[in-house]
Design a protein around this ligand. Structure first.
Ligand code: NDP
Length: 270
């Protein structure tokens, strides 16, 4: 008798971290379905692609129904789809922009979870791995809305894990630091800019660009995801990358004042 391969669904697998995760899971023996708002791409890929927009209820339901029609089960859900806003003060984004960010980064995770959990519950087994960020636990300024979206993912995941553990399903958050992908170029500019923040925007953008230039690649995150997917007793949170590990260490063990002043120093704030 052959044991069927576990089936994994990876949102936002058209580039960056999601693509690296999908490829890593294929190599590890999973049957992998990636998603993109654009659907299947012309060039050959190691994994199948489904069309999915995580902000659209009908699109989420259709993609999950299609995967269940093809495979009959989902063992692993990786909620990775997300985007950022270029550095700017919190008050430089409209409420519409804040809603759009949360709609993808947080409610996208909620929609996917609601669609997939009933099937995992029926099987009595499953794992959901949410790609949060180290900014989901560390409040870095001038990306406040992104920080808020990833704190939401963190809180939701931790609470959800308590609920679903009873049904054989575990929920994990991965916290990458800066990772070299198209993330920055796919970030949106603040839509309500104010002249008074021009200088600080330039300064913080420079700091972020410098950090991105020396950032680790998406494979580092994919390795951690695979570890979390395979762990018999997964942790609630895994950091990914050296910078994220250093920040998490400071957050856990250094006095709060030290992290506070460290954040201001790193962002070159007076
Ligand atoms: P990319 O911009 O390279 O990839 C983003 C992916 O998300 C794309 O595949 C895109 O697919 C998909 N996506 C965006 N919006 C939607 C949507 N509404 N519905 C479905 N898919 C969507 O960035 P990264 O790979 O860097 O980012 C992946 C995740 O990692 C994000 O959640 C991000 O917040 C997180 N992260 C990134 C870090 C970094 O420094 N790069 C650090 C920490 C966390 P398509 O456009 O084809 O639809």
């Amino acid at each position: 008798m052959t044991i069927p391969k576990p089936v994994a669904l990876v949102t936002g697998a058209s580039s960056g971290i999601g693509e690296a995760i999908a490829n890593k899971l294929v190599a590890a023996g999973y049957r992998v379905y990636g998603t993109s708002r654009r659907g299947a791409r012309a060039e050959r890929q190691a994994f199948a692609m489904l069309a999915l927009d995580v902000t659209d209820d009908a699109s989420v339901e259709a993609a999950v129904a299609e995967l269940l029609r093809l495979e009959g089960r989902i063992d692993l859900l990786i909620n990775n789809a997300g985007f950022g806003l270029a550095p700017a003060a919190a008050e430089e984004s409209s409420i519409e922009q804040a809603k759009a960010l949360l709609d993808t980064n947080f409610l996208g995770v909620v929609r996917m979870t609601r669609a997939v959990v009933p099937h995992m519950r029926r099987l009595g087994v499953g794992r959901i791995i949410n790609i949060g960020s180290i900014l989901g636990v560390v409040p870095v300024p001038y990306v406040a809305l992104y920080v808020a979206s990833k704190h939401a993912v963190d809180g939701y995941s931790q609470a959800l894990d308590h609920e679903l553990r009873t049904h054989g399903i575990r929920v994990v958050v991965i916290e990458p630091g800066y990772t070299k992908t198209a993330f920055e170029s796919n970030s949106f500019q603040a839509d309500a800019k104010l002249d008074l923040y021009e200088d600080i925007r330039v300064k913080v953008t420079k700091v972020v660009n410098q950090a991105m230039a020396s950032a680790e690649g998406p494979d580092v995150v994919a390795d951690v995801v695979l570890k979390a997917a395979r762990a018999d007793r997964p942790k609630l949170r895994y950091t990914a990358g050296k910078a994220a590990a250093q920040l998490q260490f400071m957050r856990r063990f250094a006095p709060a004042g030290l992290l506070d002043s460290g954040i201001r120093k790193a962002m070159q704030l007076a």
